[in-house]
Structure formats: C-alpha cells, structure tokens
Design a protein around this ligand. Structure first.
Ligand code: ADP
Length: 468
C-alpha cells in the first residue's frame, strides 16, 4: 500500500503554506503603503520647505553701507535695488534643495541638485512636477514670488524620490527579519501542537495493530484522561474490544463445555465397540468398524478442541519451568522412532544442554504434533529427521520429512484451525494439530515456520529464546 503523508504532516503543510502566503501578502502591503506614505511625506516636505523660504527673501531699494557690512544676511543686487536673503533661508534641508531663479531660468541664489535636468522644465506655480535624471526621479516644486520688488522671481525646490528609500528599506529590513521568524515559530509550534493533539490517534492505531497481530482482544487503548473527540473514540474502541472479548470468551467456553460433554458419549461408543469385538471373537462387522473409526476420530477432535480452548481460556493454568529441551526432544524422538509406521525411519541429532523457559506438557504436545504429522504425511519407507541446534540466543527445533509436501498456495493456511489440504481431508487428522502448535509457540513467545515442496518434503522449524 502506498503510504501518503501523515495527518500531522498534512496539517503542518497546510498551515505553513497559509502562513507563508499571509506573510508574502503582508510584505506586499507593507511595501505599498510604506512607499505611498513616504512619497507623500517627501512631497509635503518639499512644499513646506519652499513655502517657508518665501518669507526669507525681501527687496530693498536702498541699503546703508553699515547694514551691508554688519548684517549677517546675504545681499544680491537685483534690478534697481537689492535682494536680502535672510540667514534663515534653507538652501538644503532634509535633502530638499531650494534655489532662486528669474522667470528666464537664470540662477540667482541657492542650490539645485538636479539643475541640468530641471533647466528645461518651465516654472508652474505651486505644483509638483517630476523630472527624470539618469533614471532617477526628482520632484520639483515652484513658487512665484509676488511681494513688492520680487516680481519675476521664482523659488524652485528639488528633492530626489529615492530619499525615502532608506527609511523604506529600514522598515522592510525589520519586517524581513521579524515576519519569517514568526512564521518559523508558528510552524514549529503548529507541528508540535498537531503532534500532541494527534498522538492519541497513533496510540489507537498501534493498539488496533497489536490486537490484530496477536489476536489479543484483552489489549486496551491507553491514552490517559481527556474529554475530546479522540478520547471518546478510544473509549468506543475499548468498549468494542471488551464486548468482542466477552462474546469470544463465551464462544470458547461453549466449545470447551461442549467438548467436555461429548467425551462421555464417545467413550461409551468406543467401549461398546470393544465389547462387540470381544463378543464377535476379536472381529468387528464392517458397519461397526466404520463406527469405531469415526468414534476414534471424534475422540481425537474432542481432545484437540479441549486442549486448544484450555490454552486460550486459561493460559495461566500452564506453569513454566526451566526445561531441558535437549532431554525432552530426545526422549520424545526415542519413543516416536519406535512407531515405524508406514516403514518410516526417524533419525535425530540433538544438541546437549539446551534449556528453555517452557511448560513441559505443552512443549511435548508441540514436538509430538510435528513428528506425528511427519509420519502421517510421509511416504512409505521414507525418513524423518529431527534436529535441535542453537546459537547464542535461540534454540531451533527442526522436524523434516521426505513426504508428500505442501502446495505453496496452501502454506499460509495450514496453521489455521480446522484447515486441511485436499490430500489429507479424509485422513486421520483433525485439522487442529498445527493450530495448537502455533498457539503453544505463541504462549512461549516462540516462532514456528515452514518450508515445503510438493512430493519432496516439508521442514517445520520452531525457534525459542534459550536460557543460559
Ligand atoms: P491435521 O490434523 O489434518 O494433520 P494439522 O493442523 O496438523 O491438521 O495440519 C494441517 C494440514 O497441513 C494437514 O491437513 C496437512 O495437509 C498439512 N500438513 C501438516 N504437516 C504436514 C507435513 N509434514 N507434510 C505435509 N503436509 C502437512
């Protein structure tokens, strides 16, 4: 299954993209508003400076020599008198330059940073004009002087549009640092928050997976106290698990009780068959033979069902001990090698002194089941090889045969309850042997695996942690 993004990643991604878009939009807005405000300020500043300078120019027909010498103001001969430029006249303030011109454009006094470019610009009273000098924009403001004696004179103020750029970049620089930092903090915060809020979902999914893997309906989802939707969901799940567990246990109990009850009638049937055999001089009629065969099969089935449900319902009844797997397997192999059913030979190689933590009865069941199957599905005159080996950590018990083998597509099913392959359905088996083996392996935290090839043979391996 293709794994997409996790919910946490999706939320964080959405959140991050939204944050970045908002920040970009904010940037655009800051630049736009900032620029407009600054441009307006520059123009206002220009007009104000020029207007203030208007009063600093006066015309005098005569001035005394004394005035001329002592006054700190500046005098320029103009027409039939003098222009007095007050010392408060600001020819440059805040990069706004003011200069005095005649109507013909002749420079009289002051400063103009864009003199050459604005020379061709005709005077327009109280209006802001624009002039381009080598790609740089200048604002130009003209004011006609109309006080007595000053007719024919113009004040021209000039300021560069780039004057506002400095303060613009300063604001932008602050925004450039602060906004991305806020975005990073918000994204990290959002990610952590999403992780915290969504962590119960992970726990729910982990618990569900555990239940599925181990078929353990006793597992519960533990996500602590809380009142939100996820806690409610976990509670619903736990409720569902406990109901399923109850009904499953009831079902197992029923199977266990039924098997128990069936034991007596089957035992009676078998003893009646035995009685008939004795009465018939050691022989049974064909009909009675069928009944006896089926009663034996039913007896095995009942015993298997009982051991299975006992393991599931009350696993605590099986006590674990330090068990010599070497001695146990050796004695089982010895006993079972005497069966010689179907002329099959059982050979065994057992490594000494392998100890495990196990229940003797269950371990005996596991080994006996595997060897019985090897006999049951072995070919006439075939072989069974049992080996017990170990490495640093684990013990490996292998039961191998050269019998009928198992088709690849059936391999995944053989450990299921009551599963029998077509070739063995009418035999003596019950279909529960390997399910019991698997259950015993699980109870011991061990593993059972199989390799098989039709008409070549099968190899079952049980692995379990060793004790030192
Ligand atoms: P059964 O009582 O039918 O033997 P099991 O659970 O022991 O049930 O085994 C399930 C099925 O797996 C059997 O019906 C058989 O087809 C197959 N099987 C088990 N062991 C072997 C083996 N050693 N060789 C071939 N087939 C086997």
């Amino acid at each position: 299954m293709k794994k997409g993004l996790s919910a946490r990643a999706k939320i964080t991604l959405w959140f991050s993209v939204a944050m970045i878009l908002i920040v970009l939009l904010t940037y655009a807005l800051i630049f736009l508003v900032n620029r407009q405000v600054i441009q307006k300020t520059i123009r206002d500043n220009l007009i104000e400076t020029v207007e203030n300078n208007v009063d600093e120019i006066e015309f005098y027909k005569y001035i005394s020599k004394e005035d001329f010498d002592k006054d700190i103001d500046y005098y320029i001969q103009y027409g039939d008198g003098y222009l007095e430029i007050d010392d408060d006249f600001l020819d440059e303030v805040n990069q706004v330059y003011t200069a005095l011109y005649t109507t013909d454009g002749e420079f009289v006094y002051g400063e103009n940073i864009a003199a050459s470019a604005t020379a061709s610009l005709s005077f327009v009273n109280v209006s802001v004009q624009e002039a381009d000098v080598d790609g740089e924009l200048y604002y130009v403001y003209d004011k006609r002087l109309d006080a007595e004696g000053l007719e024919g004179l113009w004040l021209r103020g000039t300021v560069s549009e780039s004057q506002g750029e400095q303060s613009l970049t300063a604001t932008a620089r602050i925004a450039l640092i602060i906004l991305p930092s806020l975005v990073v903090i918000a994204i990290i915060g959002g990610f952590l928050f999403a992780r915290r809020v969504l962590s119960p979902i992970n726990k729910i999914s982990l618990a569900a997976a555990k239940i599925r893997q181990g078929d353990d309906l006793k597992q519960r989802i533990e996500i602590g106290e809380g009142n939100d939707e996820l806690h409610a969901l976990a509670e619903q799940f736990n409720d569902m698990f406990s109901r399923l567990d109850d009904s499953f246990t009831a079902q197992q109990q029923f199977v266990s009780d039924a098997s128990h009850e069936l034991r007596t009638p089957v035992a009676v049937m078998l003893s009646q068959c035995e009685l008939s055999r004795q009465c018939g001089g050691g022989e049974l009629s064909e009909d009675m033979q069928v009944i006896e065969r089926q009663a034996r099969k039913m007896n095995r089935l009942i015993n298997d069902m009982l051991s299975f449900t006992r393991m599931e319902l009350t696993p605590e009844r099986y006590t674990f001990e330090r068990l010599s797997l070497s001695k146990l397997s050796e004695s089982i192999c010895f006993d079972m090698s005497l069966i010689k059913e179907n002329d099959i030979t059982l050979e065994y190689t057992i490594e000494d002194d392998i100890y495990i933590n196990a229940n003797r009865e269950l371990m005996t069941g596991l080994i006996t089941n595997l060897i019985s199957n090897a006999y049951r599905y072995g070919k006439h005159g075939g072989h069974i090889w049992v080996s017990l080996k170990s490495d640093d950590k684990k013990a490996y018990l292998t039961v191998k045969d050269d019998g009928i083998g198992i088709d690849e597509k059936e391999l995944k099913n053989i450990f299921k309850r009551f599963y029998q392959t077509d070739s063995s359905r009418n035999g003596a088996g019950t279909g529960l042997g390997l399910a019991i083996v698997k259950e015993i392996a699980a109870l011991h935290s061990g593993e059972i695996s199989v390799q098989s090839e039709p008409n070549v043979g099968s190899e079952f391996t049980f692995s379990i942690d060793k004790l030192k």
